[in-house]
Design a binder for this molecule. Structure first.
Ligand code: ATP
Length: 226
């Protein structure tokens, strides 16, 4: 019997990522982010986390969670490490990220949990409930987005101290010892769900290449965004 020397076993914590958003619909910007981050951070699992929105909200209600989930599932079905979480949709009420993050840690004990957001969400972070705690409740990854500057003036000194700015470097410098805020420009994909919805309702898709083909077919079949 071969005995392994326990000292030689490299134990690596699992790395799990969650990418929150409305995904109405999912587009190739979202997908490029997921695929690039899986290889950059060596994630064991990367989850899209579509948000539930109350149908009675005064602003434009998003497309049903069933459709948004289906489009995400179709778009990712061949990506081995990428899946869709129903955690927030299942709650049937609006969830704050701070509460979701607490739940994610109990779902993945012993794993390192990362929360992914785009540059526009980072700019608006102070509007999030309990935002200072959100930034310490998980490792955060901020992805650059064309048209949005990334600044650090709006966060606290304590948050700034935990920033790992990976822009202009080729490899990921994974830091141990405490949660970090990683800034990466590994993805620069100019696409927007709002623009896609506007184009679809006008009946002409200016940038059809921003939508995965199977998602475009689904939208057509179920007559969404008309
Ligand atoms: P909208 O155009 O309606 O704002 P969206 O394209 O930003 O929609 P969301 O579902 O709101 O899509 O985005 C989910 C998350 O993905 C957010 O954190 C957002 O910042 C990020 N994101 C979306 N598109 C991009 C992109 N092209 N580059 C970087 N981040 C993006």
């Amino acid at each position: 019997m071969i005995r392994r020397n326990p000292l030689r076993q490299v134990i690596r914590m699992k790395r799990i990522a969650y990418f929150g958003g409305t995904f109405d619909p999912v587009h190739n910007g979202h997908l490029t982010i997921a695929r690039s981050l899986v290889s950059l951070f060596a994630f064991d699992r990367f989850y899209f986390l579509p948000a539930f929105h109350a149908p009675h909200k005064p602003d434009r209600p998003p497309t049903s969670g069933y459709h948004r989930f289906a489009m995400l599932a179709i778009a990712t079905h061949t990506d081995e490490n990428i899946a869709v979480s129903t955690l927030e949709l299942d709650k049937r009420e609006k969830r704050y990220t701070i509460d979701t993050l607490a739940e994610l840690h109990s779902l993945h004990p012993g794993s390192r949990v990362f929360f992914v957001m785009g540059a526009d969400s980072w700019t608006d972070i102070r509007t999030w409930r309990n935002w200072e705690n959100v930034l310490t409740a998980a490792d955060i990854i901020v992805v650059t987005r064309p048209g949005y500057e990334i600044s650090f003036d709006h966060v606290t000194d304590a948050a700034r101290e935990r920033i790992v700015d990976m822009r202009l470097t080729e490899s990921v410098a994974m830091e141990n010892g405490g949660r970090r805020i990683y800034i990466t420009d590994a993805v620069r994909y100019d696409a927007s769900a709002t623009e896609l919805r506007t184009d679809l309702s006008d009946g002409h898709l200016e940038r059809a290449e921003d939508l995965p083909l199977e998602v475009a077919k689904y939208i057509e079949k179920y007559e969404l965004y008309r």
